[in-house]
Structure formats: structure tokens, C-alpha cells
Design a protein around this ligand. Structure first.
Ligand SMILES: *Cc1c(COP(=O)(O)O)cnc(C)c1O
Length: 407
């Protein structure tokens, strides 16, 4: 008799984007002439850059010739690409070996899969609000209880509030796995070295493991801010890092990411080397490697020309972030983020709830954003606006907000 994993029934976050789509459709049906402007989606919109396109073409052409054809590659990824990524870490003053880098089909799958190498009785801490997959993958794995009063029982929520600059304090009790995302989706906050050090110190103390998502590292312009958890001394003993080509190179649909699992990483029942070996085992067992065409594109991203072009694309999105932030500030709204991250996190005015503000913004300005409460209980009273649009659409949306939003 087959049975289902009923932990799936506990999931809540699947509600957010369908609900946004439903309310947007209903508004459009009632106002067929309204031009709806979308600042809600965390998806890139600019085309791939020329060197990256050339790299992808190269990948295709190699498959056309018996001399250069390749089938299955190493599950851990193309050697040259792993080397290029290790070199990038070296540029940050961090020593990572190429075989500590695991190329993948993206940071979301890695974020979802990484929990599977840890015990089911581990206590999990997440930033609140957070990118939903950290929570949901652990709910599915059975590391939480039921959803009750807006929270999963058994999960440790680390509140990210205006008071702490949206970077939480370390948990008060003992936890085992800690998910951190910096620059943060949805708040746009970036942890300083000192803030990350408090987490590294905590984790080393209690033998916890930090799962650090650096998918937005390329959006940091402040040279003082860390782009990798491994910039913090001692982090290779207590942290692994998950990252992606999606946002820095526009690979959201192309699919390429990587994880760094240092050999020095330890936990309660694993000496140095074992966590690394287990992730290697997980990947070689369950994954057959990222596409060889796409990895050729990834190598092009890592080339000098690719890095220059991608930096321009990032700058383009960050100019959008500035447009959003400045426009909202002119209205006297309180906004956070948007400086070293492509998300602007605004406080909803006059105590409106996140969903009330969603409806208000849609009705009055015809702009769609993302209610903060969809990312966790501490997101209530906040609203996320994304800079990943075409500049002219962002400008039109901001003008409409300035002209039509009644405050
Ligand atoms: C977009 C995003 C990613 C990227 O995921 P991919 O699967 O590589 O596209 C990872 N983490 C966060 C927080 C994100 O917002």
C-alpha cells in the first residue's frame, strides 16, 4: 500500500505567488484598459550578454563534432569552471580548492537538497522573512511540526526587523542548521563582516552548520561588505555556501549554480572531510551534472569580458533599484534595501497590512509588488519591490505610484 509524504500538506508558501496572480487577474478583468506594471517578480529581464551567448554557442558547436562531443560529464562539474570559481574566491582572499566547488543546475535546487545530508532531528533556524525554499524543504523532510498561528512549530525564526537592520541576532538557544541569505531576498539587507562573525562564532561554539546563500553577491558595490561567508575567519569549519549565475548573469532560465562545501567543515558526528564527502555522495547519486552547453556559458560568464558585461547588467538593475528607492522616498515612504541588493523593502504606510497595501497599490497605481508577509511572519507590514525589470517599465511604475498612490 503506497502512502504519500503528508509533510507536503503542511506547506503554506505556495499560496503567495498564486494569490498575487489571482488578485492581479481579477483586477485586470474589472479594468480591461488598465496597464498593469509588475515589480513583483524576482526574475531577470535583460538578454544575455554577447560573450555569454558566444560561450553557449560554443557549447552547442562542440556537440556537433565527434572530436569535441561530450556526453555525461563529472557530476561535480566541469574542471575548468570549478577552477574559475575557486579563483573567484581567491580574489576575495579566500582559499577554496576547485574540488570543494560543486557545479549544479541552480541555487534553489541546492538550497532544497542540502538539508538531505543532515539528520532529521536537526533544529533549523531561518531568517524571518526568508526565501521560501529553506523553510519548505525542511517541512517536507519532516524537521518541523504543523503550521500554527502563522509559523511552523519546531522551526526557529530569527526576526529581521527595522530595529536590527534586517540582520538578525544569533538564536538564543541551540540550533543545528542556520540558513542565511546576504544580500537578502526579500529585504535587500546585507550582513557586515561583524554580523557574519557573530554567526560564525555561534556556529563554531555549538557545532552548528551555516548554509549561506550568496546568490546576490554580485550586487554588492560597497567594498566593506563581505561577498562570501568564507571571508570570515573560521567559516570553512562551520559553513557551506550556495550561489548562482541566475541573477548576476541572467541565467534564471539557463540554469547554473554552485555550492562550496569545504573539506574543513565539521559537525557533531562528522570529522573534517565527511560533510564534503557526503555532499559529493549525494550529488553523484542523485544528480547527473549541469548541462555541458550551459557550463560552457558559465565559463564565458567567468571570463574577463563576461565579468565586465555582467557587471554592466548588474549596474543596470541597480539603477532601477535607485529609481524605485528614490521615488518612494520622495513620497515620504520608509524604504530599506536597494543599495547593495536588487530589492527594495518598504514599510507599508499608516499601518496597512502587506496584503491591504498590495490591493491599494494595484488599485490606485496599477503596480504589482510582493506582500512581505508572504516571506514570513516578520514580513507583515512590509512590501517587496523588485528592480529586475526594464528601466522604462520601472520608471513608468514609479511615476504612477508618485501620481496615483493616495497616502
Ligand atoms: C533567485 C534566488 C536564487 C537563485 O536560484 P537559482 O535556482 O539559481 O535560479 C537563490 N537564492 C535566492 C535567495 C534567490 O532569490
Amino acid at each position: 500500500m503506497a502512502t504519500l509524504n503528508l509533510n507536503y500538506d503542511k506547506l503554506q508558501a505556495g499560496y503567495l505567488f498564486p494569490e498575487i496572480a489571482k488578485r492581479t487577474r481579477a483586477f485586470q478583468a474589472e479594468h480591461p484598459d488598465a496597464k498593469i506594471m509588475r515589480l513583483g517578480i524576482g526574475d531577470t529581464t535583460e538578454p544575455l550578454t554577447s560573450s555569454v551567448i558566444a560561450g553557449l554557442h560554443r557549447g552547442v558547436d562542440k556537440l556537433a563534432d565527434v572530436q569535441t562531443y561530450t556526453g555525461y560529464g563529472a557530476e561535480q562539474g566541469n574542471t575548468e569552471l570549478r577552477q574559475a570559481l575557486a579563483d573567484r574566491y581567491r580574489g576575495l582572499g579566500v582559499s577554496i580548492e576547485p574540488d570543494e566547488v560543486f557545479v549544479s543546475d541552480g541555487a534553489k535546487p541546492d538550497s532544497a537538497n542540502i538539508q538531505s545530508i543532515f539528520g532529521v532531528d536537526n533544529i533549523v533556524a531561518v531568517q524571518d522573512p526568508a526565501y521560501p525554499v529553506y523553510v519548505d524543504s525542511n517541512v517536507i523532510a519532516g524537521r518541523t511540526g504543523q503550521w500554527k498561528d502563522g509559523r511552523f512549530q519546531g522551526l526557529v525564526y530569527m526576526p529581521c526587523t527595522a530595529d536590527n537592520g534586517f540582520i538578525p541576532a544569533v538564536p538564543e538557544g541551540k540550533v543545528d542548521l542556520i540558513y542565511l541569505c546576504s544580500p537578502n531576498n526579500p529585504t535587500g539587507a546585507v550582513a557586515t563582516r561583524e554580523q557574519l562573525k557573530t554567526f560564525v562564532d555561534y556556529a563554531r561554539n555549538v557545532k552548528a552548520v551555516i548554509i549561506f546563500d550568496s546568490a546576490y553577491a554580485a550586487f554588492i558595490s560597497d567594498p566593506e561588505l563581505p561577498r562570501s561567508i568564507f571571508e570570515i575567519e573560521g567559516a570553512t569549519e562551520c559553513a557551506l555556501e550556495i550561489s548562482s549565475f541566475s541573477k548576476e548573469a541572467g541565467f534564471t532560465g539557463v540554469r547554473l549554480g554552485w555550492s562550496v562545501v569545504p573539506k574543513a567543515l565539521i559537525c557533531e558526528n562528522a570529522e573534517a572531510g565527511k560533510v564534503h564527502r557526503l555532499w559529493n555522495r549525494r550529488q553523484t547519486t542523485m544528480f547527473n551534472g549541469a548541462s555541458n552547453i550551459v557550463q560552457e556559458g558559465g565559463l564565458a560568464v567567468m571570463s574577463e569580458a563576461g565579468q565586465r558585461e555582467c557587471a554592466e547588467m548588474v549596474a543596470y538593475y541597480m539603477k532601477n533599484a535607485r529609481t524605485i528607492k528614490d521615488g518612494l522616498e520622495t513620497l515620504g515612504l520608509t524604504v530599506y534595501g536597494g543599495v547593495n541588493a536588487p530589492y527594495v523593502w518598504m514599510q507599508t504606510p499608516n499601518g496597512t497590512s502587506s496584503w491591504e497595501f498590495f490591493d491599494k497599490l494595484l488599485n490606485e497605481a496599477h503596480v504589482v509588488g510582493t506582500p512581505g508577509s508572504g516571506f514570513g511572519p516578520s514580513g507583515e507590514g512590509f512590501f517587496r519591490l523588485s528592480a529586475f525589470g526594464h528601466a522604462e517599465d520601472i520608471e513608468a511604475a514609479v511615476s504612477s505610484i508618485r501620481e496615483n498612490l493616495a497616502l
